[in-house]
Design a protein around this ligand. Sequence first.
Ligand SMILES: N[C@@H](CCC(=O)N[C@@H](CS)C(=O)NCC(=O)O)C(=O)O
Length: 215
Amino acid sequence: MTANPVHIYGPRFSNFVRSVMLVCEEKQLAYTVGFEVDGNNVAFKGEQHLKWHPFGKIPVLLEGTLAIPETASICRYLDEDGQLQPQKNSQIHAQHDALCALISIDIDKALVRDYLLEFAFPKGENNSIRFDVVKEAQPKAAAAIAIIEQLLQKETVLTSKEFTIADALLAPMLHYISCLPTGFDLIADYPNVEQYLANVMTRPSCQKILTAKEF
Ligand SMILES: N[C@@H](CCC(=O)N[C@@H](CS)C(=O)NCC(=O)O)C(=O)O
């Protein structure tokens, strides 16, 4: 990696962009964020973006001529010295990797794609929230939070004091859920999840990046 700032292609409000920003903050890496690259706006899902990520997802990490898609892979690349990945033994290392996949695939789908996005970008008439859609997605979102609650009852990398890539992936999602209106914020029913979020929010990186969003 070079000493020049890396660029995180994508918007600051995206939970996955925030995960990469958290990793940069934790590692004190210089970075810039946004759709503007070298002074030019690079269109979301435009030709250039699709060259970087064939499915037009964000974030993409740009460093010189290198473009890396996929959040967990970006985080692992930035964590060159492995400080944000448990190294104790290969089993714990693999468990952390698996947790990163669970969070960025299944938990993200239940919490962010199928639930939270309806609040952030309502698709109802006159941009109103489709509460029928929200209500339908809520049981699966609550089930995902219950799974996190269970994970937090065991000794895992999520319960260790060390901040890891798994935390960087999970914290932005939980923070956004906690910002939802009463009755939709789900977390209040899960004391371990609530405590976990309170703990990560004591970190300067999380205080800086996980700023509240009005839904
Ligand atoms: N597997 C990708 C998923 C990234 C993702 O879903 N990003 C969202 C924004 S937070 C996105 O690009 N959504 C636009 C789309 O799916 O077309 C990763 O882990 O980076």
